[in-house]
Design a protein around this ligand. Structure first.
Ligand code: ZN
Length: 180
């Protein structure tokens, strides 16, 4: 497997509306494997094809644990957590009325985070990597990751939606300046 280059924010592919995947060719299967490899290498929880310069409507995601369970807020992990998800030609067919705020980062915009308000729950339909029709209804962090990746397919980045954006490690830099 190959670690793919994550393109920088200025690359226009990140801002395009991606095209539907027409056939699950061996080339697409290899791309899926390489996207997982690239995502894990970068410690990401999701990666969309446009982020690696492929303007195609597909993304991968893997959220090992549910932070809401770890924090004792929910008893069970949300559906989809702990599974290597491959979503091809996805469509969000339902958004919950309940909105949630959460902090997001993006492998395409390293060093920054922002607070984004999104529907807490979604239902998304998609094809899996075998071409089977699937549907997932989920909520919380899993739903947030899927919506973030879905936005990439329409050329939308979290910075477009964030209520507030900040640079990671800025405090460390301030400390350095204070020390100097
Ligand atoms: Zn992203």
């Amino acid at each position: 497997m190959t670690i793919l280059k994550i393109i920088p924010p200025a690359n226009p592919v990140l801002r395009q509306k991606a095209k539907k995947v027409k056939a699950l060719t061996p080339k697409i299967q290899t791309l899926i494997d390489n996207m997982f490899e690239t995502m894990y290498d970068s410690y990401g929880v999701g990666l969309a094809a446009p982020q690696v310069a492929q303007p195609l409507r597909m993304f991968v995601a893997y959220l090992a644990e549910d932070p809401l369970v770890e924090d004792g807020i929910e008893a069970e992990p949300a559906p989809g957590i702990g599974q290597e998800l491959v979503m091809i030609n996805p469509e969000i067919i339902h958004n919950s009325d309940v909105m949630a705020l959460g902090n997001e980062g993006c492998l395409s915009i390293p060093g920054y985070q922002g607070t984004v308000e999104r529907p807490d729950g979604i239902t998304i339909k998609y094809l899996d990597r075998k071409g089977n029709k699937q549907r997932l209804t989920t909520h919380g962090w899993m739903a947030r990751v899927l919506q973030h990746e879905y936005d990439h397919l329409d050329g939308v980045l979290f910075i477009d939606k964030a209520l507030e954006i900040w640079e990671l490690g800025a405090e460390d830099e301030d400390d350095l300046e204070d020390d100097a």
